[in-house]
Design a binder for this molecule. Sequence first.
Ligand code: ZN
Ligand code: ZN
Ligand code: FE
Length: 759
Amino acid sequence: MRLKIKIVGIIQGVGFRPFIYRTAVKNQLKGYVKNRGDAGVEILLEGKESDIHNFMRDLKEKKPPLAQIHEIITTELKGKNEYATFSIHKSSKETELSGSVIPPDIAICDDCLKELRNPKDPRHEYFFITCTNCGPRFTIIDTLPYDRENTTMRDFPMCSFCLKEYKDPLNRRFHAQTVACPRCGPKAYLTTHKGEFVKHKDPIREAGKLLAEGFIMAIKGYGGFHVAASTTKDKPLIRLREVKHRSQKPFAIMARSLEAIKTFAEVSKEEAALLTSYTRPIVLLNKNSAYYLSDLVAPGLHNVGVMLPYTGLHYMLFDKVDEPAFVMTSANPPNQPIIKDNEEALQSLGGTVDYFLFHNRQIAHRCDDSVVRMHGKNPVFLRRSRGYAPAPIMLKEKAKRCVVGLGGELNNTACVLLGNKAFISQHIDDVENVETREFLENATKHLIRLTNSTVDAVACDLHPKFTTTKLARDLAEENGWRLFQVQHHYAHIAALMIEHGVEEIVGVCCDGYGYGMDGEAWGGEILLCTRESSDFKRVAHLEKQPLIGGDLATRFPLRMATGILHKRVDVASWLLQNKTHFPHGESEIQLILNQLEKSNNIIETTSCGRVLDATAAVLGVCYERTYEGEPAMKLESAALKGKDVIKLEPIIKSNTLDTTQMLLEIFENREKYPKADLAYSMHSYLARGLAELAIENAEDNGIRTVGFSGGAACNQILTSIMRKAVETAGLRFLVHEAIPPGDGGVSFGQAVVGGFFQV
Ligand code: ZN
Ligand code: ZN
Ligand code: FE
């Protein structure tokens, strides 16, 4: 029998061909296996039917751990057998099938780690040790098929030892494209902040020592540069915060081991599994009562973002020091993507760091670390990037057309929706200028090429002035694609529907800002969405509140609080007590009050984020937003051990949840109750009110499912209170599992509206 097999999935760069080779040989089959230019794999088998049958069984049951098989296409061939052996053929450039993709970067595996530590191993202490089961993939691949010459490893020809392993079918590095050793592979080296070479026989461990001594260092990794520093000393962190103009934003840290993490943070079983998984994301962990790291790591927050080492280099940093963890924050200049090139690093980080730890392998595609938080046993993606992108999210059904979603403005990603797969790009961040637009455009085109997709349409936000909207228009025109403009909160809820495969939902969507159908600022919305209507209805929302000074009200939450409270009480004297929190003091306060008196030209918003911000300001938890979501995140931290002391019944008038009265109660009781209780009370009020509205509208329309999406769905207190209310009412409550609830999920939501809902 002769059988041609084509496979679609994640099957290049995961040890798949070696596995096929071994399986074919084991079953006495002849023929070949080869990689194709569409990221797929082609196999020809010649032999007995029963042997082929066993081969097919092994293919499904014994495939390598990182391989994903999405589709197997078999064709029986006529004619005589042609092959005397089974072999791995040279890759072809054929691109016929679509929907395969290369794997994400994978953390160092246990076998490689053992070899790294074994003095007898030829790769002992080799910082870039990898095998077919681990190492960089997405960040080193320029083009397909996944062969060494198509990756940035092409600059490092294998030595005879590595080549021998590469050619040995029984070796773990058989056809491993990243195979390298101290003799032939990339080298690490240390330089001063000016790029002057620092001679040292052990540059990586020396770097670890320098960090422990209090120096700041830029370290090149798989997908970009990190800026690293001590976590136990204040001095380098003060300096780092000064030069980076980052007074409050939490720094992610890398801990030496799980045991080390447990000395300063609480780690559940699920969190430990996530921390040690091959994706190695940053996991937000609650600080424990013994927390002893510098308060400058994650100021004002109850949690800290922690990851474990994911390369040999990272492990070695800790070898000669006692530090429990180092700061490891993405090195990106303001409003720029993460730095990936050595020259660029010298130029833009030279003024920030004391030393550089470079290696001489290029990064083909940048990729930030992922960030995940557990809500009990459920993971919530704050950022889905390294370790996950570009692996697809498998959907329950197939889209009608191939759509590219370009997302919104902040915290962005792109998404290619193809059939029953959604390929979400790495984290792009805020798309506001030429550099980030270029990053988005390149990442999108790369993703289209990698998956060999033929795009039919492009989807973007409704906002006429977003950079991404303009880019979508350009791409639509250039390529003759259809253009879908999708309202921001509708995209969030549509994402939830397709992720769970539901037909209809009443979706609660809470975040900071989204351009509404009426052009107004939305952000606390209840949408009724059905696939049948291929549209949505805004059935309820939070009360509109004034945004005094537009963006200034977002940056200085006291403005938000003033706008809300001013309706009921005279806040002038309270504001004067807080005048130091206004950049222009008394005169600014006067200006704000005048503006409110005249009440002309004031934009209004239904944003949930802004109400939480205002609460944070009233309670003195946060007076200035120095990073996205700061006041609301600090309010959640403050509320952690609180209870509902106000117990205000939700005030609902014509499908609008009043937010003024609750803030007023908090304002008037601010001396009477602990901050924690008041902070919790606001969470409780909003969650109960939104749930009540959602349940009412669901019941009125005979809908059994309520969902929660938007950036505020990362908030554990809001989510758990809402869940309880909805489930108590006998309805199903849905949240995101694989898609980020925040704006990193918007590109997916836009794409699914175009791909599933539109005619
Ligand atoms: Zn390995
Ligand atoms: Zn070698
Ligand atoms: Fe949003």
